[in-house]
Design a protein around this ligand. Structure first.
Ligand code: ADP
Length: 415
């Protein structure tokens, strides 16, 4: 084998060393101050005169020396290739996370590789000062890399794996599809509702004319019956027909109101009036044929408010007729009137009727909503509370309900 080991000739600097069986022992140096040492270190950074090449320092066999050198060069080559690959990743993928850590790793691995390279070179070129400086820089970069890694550890730990990301993408796709379907469904429902509103508007307008005519004719008949005694047996039938026509008028008016609300055409004619007077009128008109239920009005009787009298009457009458309708067994109804700040008032109407199940309370003000089971035995369209809530909202007021199934309900509004 051809030996690349330099011949065992004494180099220039070895004049200062004593050689002992191949071991080079440095002569003790004169101790200088630290400042002088640093200055000398940097000024002689590439100067190799103070040491023999590593081949001459110790007793290396060819095999041992080359094993050391080849291993160091292999490590250096790999440590050089890894940063190149990392560099390619960093430059190619602009939005890569933790770019700083990548750069630190590139520097750290490159420097580590260089220390190994220099370790191999030192077998011929004993640049121990350069080697020390390189190791120091490597040490500093290593510490900074450790600190950077430690700082980013929680974030790195939170990074999702490709499998996790794939699951997330799949879930997102599903959610998007569902949202899309939901949107289509909503659009479809909206169109259907629009068609229904159009139909309701046309139907209620068309019904209103003949009903008005029937109402007028019934009034003429009523007058005839009251003036002609021979027609007295017909009177109850005329009364019944008149009541049913009134009910029909009420239903048509509700449908018309809904179409007005939907079209944003619910207009208000506001005036100032005494709330108590209006409540008394409502009680009179709503309970005209009702001997069973009793209404007690409590609270402040002198509150006057500024609102659309007819529309507020509609709200109070709706609450009262509901109380009567949904409290067949308990006749007591209480209306409480309270004054609020800024000339506002709160009206609460309490009954001891069938009450509303807790999970349905939120929905009672929705259009066409009726509580199943309980309200099946009572007639209605499920529009009264919807219209009332829209009227109160137009007055910038609030409407709500407290209710317990089987115990009764308190509907209230502020205005
Ligand atoms: P309608 O009475 O014509 O069905 P409403 O809009 O006035 O329509 O009321 C909606 C639903 O709220 C009713 O169907 C009924 O289930 C419930 N509800 C309203 N008022 C009361 C009440 N005082 N007690 C119990 N349930 C009520």
């Amino acid at each position: 084998m051809v030996s690349l080991k330099p011949n065992a000739i004494l180099l220039k600097n070895q004049a200062a060393c004593a050689q002992c069986d191949g071991h080079v022992i440095l002569k003790p140096k004169q101790v200088a101050g630290i400042g002088t040492q640093v200055q000398e270190f940097f000024s002689k950074l590439f100067n190799t005169n103070d040491w023999p090449p590593r081949w001459h320092c110790g007793n290396w066999t060819d095999f041992h020396g080359w094993l050391y050198i080849v291993s160091d060069l292999l490590i250096w080559a790999s440590y050089f290739a890894i940063p190149l690959l990392l560099l390619q990743i960093v430059l190619k993928r602009k939005n890569i996370p933790f770019t700083k850590i990548f750069w630190l790793f590139i520097a750290f691995i490159l420097l580590c590789g260089l220390t190994h390279f220099l370790d191999a070179v030192i077998f011929w070129w004993p640049a121990y000062r350069l080697s020390a400086l390189l190791r120091f820089v490597t040490g500093i970069v290593s510490v900074v890399t450790v600190a950077g890694l430690y700082k980013n550890l929680p974030l790195i730990n939170n990074l999702r794996t490709i499998a996790e990301l794939e699951v997330e993408i799949e879930e997102r796709k599903k959610a998007e599809q569902e949202a899309c379907n939901q949107q289509l469904l909503q659009q479809h429902t909206k169109e259907l509702m629009q068609k229904k509103d159009e139909f309701m508007s046309i139907a209620s307008h068309e019904l209103k004319t003949p009903i008005t005519s029937v109402k007028a004719s019934l009034q003429v008949v009523k007058r005839l019956v009251s003036t002609n005694k021979s027609l007295a047996p017909v009177s109850p039938f005329v009364e019944k027909a008149s009541n049913q026509v009134n009910r029909l008028t009420g239903i048509i008016n509700e449908l018309l109101d809904v179409t007005k609300i939907q079209a944003g055409k619910l207009e208000l004619a506001e005036t100032e009036f005494l709330l108590n007077d209006l409540i008394n009128e409502c009680i009179e008109s709503c309970l005209i044929d009702n001997q069973k239920h009793q209404v007690v009005v409590a609270g402040n009787k002198k509150i006057s408010i500024y609102a659309d009298r007819n529309r507020i009457e509609q709200v109070i009458c709706n609450l009262l007729t509901n109380d009567v309708k949904y409290s067949p067994a308990n006749p007591q109804i209480i209306i409480l009137v309270e004054g609020l700040e800024n000339q506002r008032a709160k009206v609460s109407v309490t009954d001891q009727g069938i009450g509303i199940p807790e999970d349905k309370i939120e929905e009672v003000f929705d259009r066409f909503f009726r509580v199943e089971n309980t309200s099946q035995s009572f007639s209605g369209l499920g529009l009264g509370l919807y219209i009332s809530s829209e009227i109160i909202k137009r007055h910038q007021g609030k409407i709500g309900v407290c209710s317990k199934l089987g115990e009764g309900s308190t509907f209230w509004f502020t205005i």
